[in-house]
Design a protein around this ligand. Structure first.
Ligand SMILES: [Zn+2]
Length: 365
């Protein structure tokens, strides 16, 4: 009931009871302790002030609890404090001078302290990072960016902060945020495909975020696109990452134009100006992404694919190639999958970690 109101609220009592197939008295029994505890409230409505309280919609009191979300990259720690509905209240950014576990934990604990003041302490900490990690398992099994293998970071941070702590793969954490507070609200199944430093994929099937503790899921980055394409760092020829990661796009355009100094944003500007080499590289990236999304949709049967990530702003430059490849590779018996492009800011990663911590607090793994 709480989750229903958190994700879909505010809802009238009648609508809440209908959605959960509860009698009015059963609903009252369930909501009473949550209202008394300050987790739920009756939202005042301006339109009908004369009506009594029970006809006012029920809503989650978003400020009743707060969460800390932390995103770790190879060179920085980005932490946010959010309310119960995943709204960012404050943020802290710190450079990571070393990947030593003690140093990283000290930075996280320091950020948690800073974000905790001067209000009530947060309820939980979520840490997200690229690599093999899963809420419910405190161990980061592999994190190539940090050079970590089997580091029980969840337990160490919990001990250092005194707060329940989960650690989650960053794309999956972002998927959790989309499921409860983003484009995935109300969808029983969807995929989130991210483009940026890598190509990632998170899945929600049957209202559940798909997890495989100790193993990765949605590992689409090295999916073969073309046997004659560019090489990725793992030696694959023509994998999705070799075409569509921001580093690969930058490398291809810089090499074609003999300008190794070009940044990704400058490459994107050249693509928008239809500079021929840049436009071609973005078209090939779009084609690779279209193929990845078609493959994900073919295998999972999801009703929606959300495209996001640090490099998602390139989508307008490669949308035609993406659409053509998606249509070409979608199975001929399938209805075309709906695609939504979601603008991205870097704080979304840390926000995702906070929502993953919230989900774990409420639902368990
Ligand atoms: Zn590869």
């Amino acid at each position: 009931m709480f989750v229903e109101l958190l994700v879909h609220g505010p809802l009238s009592r009648a609508e809440t009871a209908r959605r959960l197939a509860l009698s009015p008295s059963a609903l009252t029994k369930l909501t009473k302790p949550l209202i008394e505890g300050g987790y739920l409230l009756y939202q005042p409505t301006e339109e009908r002030p004369a009506l009594g309280r029970p006809s006012q919609p029920l809503a989650v009191n978003a400020s009743r609890m707060s969460l800390i979300g932390v995103k770790l990259t190879s060179d920085e720690m980005f932490a946010v404090r959010t309310d119960l509905r995943g709204q960012i209240q404050r943020e802290v950014r710190r450079e990571l001078r070393s990947h030593e576990v003690d140093h990283v934990v000290a930075e996280i604990a320091d950020a948690v302290r800073e974000l905790s003041l001067p209000v009530t302490p947060p309820s939980a900490v979520g840490i997200s990072l690229a690599g093999t990690a899963s809420a419910g398992d405190p161990i980061v099994h592999t994190s190539p960016f940090l050079g970590w293998n089997d580091v029980p970071i969840g337990n160490i941070v919990a001990a250092a902060t005194g707060l329940p702590t989960i650690v989650e793969n960053d794309v999956r954490a972002l998927t959790a945020a989309q499921q409860w507070f983003g484009a995935g609200v109300g969808r029983h199944s969807f995929a989130l495909v991210t483009v940026g430093a890598g190509i990632g994929c998170g899945l929600v099937i049957g209202d559940q975020v798909v997890r495989s503790p100790g193993r990765g899921t949605g590992l689409v980055g090295h999916l073969a696109v073309d046997n004659n394409g560019p090489l990725c760092e793992m030696g694959h020829r023509g994998c999705a990452r070799a075409y569509a990661s921001s580093a690969a796009i930058q490398r291809s355009i810089a090499a074609a134009l003999g300008r190794p100094d070009l940044t990704f944003d400058q490459c994107l500007a050249l693509g928008r100006e239809q500079q021929p080499a840049a436009a071609r590289v973005f078209q090939e990236a779009g084609r690779a992404l279209g193929r990845v999304v078609a493959t994900v949709a073919n295998i999972t049967g999801v009703e929606l694919v959300i495209l996001s990530g640090e490099a998602v702003q390139m989508f307008d430059v490669c949308a035609d190639a993406f659409d053509a490849a998606l249509a070409e590779h979608t199975h001929w018996t399938s209805t075309p999958v709906e695609v939504v492009v979601k603008p991205f800011t870097f704080s979304e990663w840390a926000r995702g970690a906070a929502v993953a911590a919230l989900q774990y607090q409420i639902l368990g793994a």
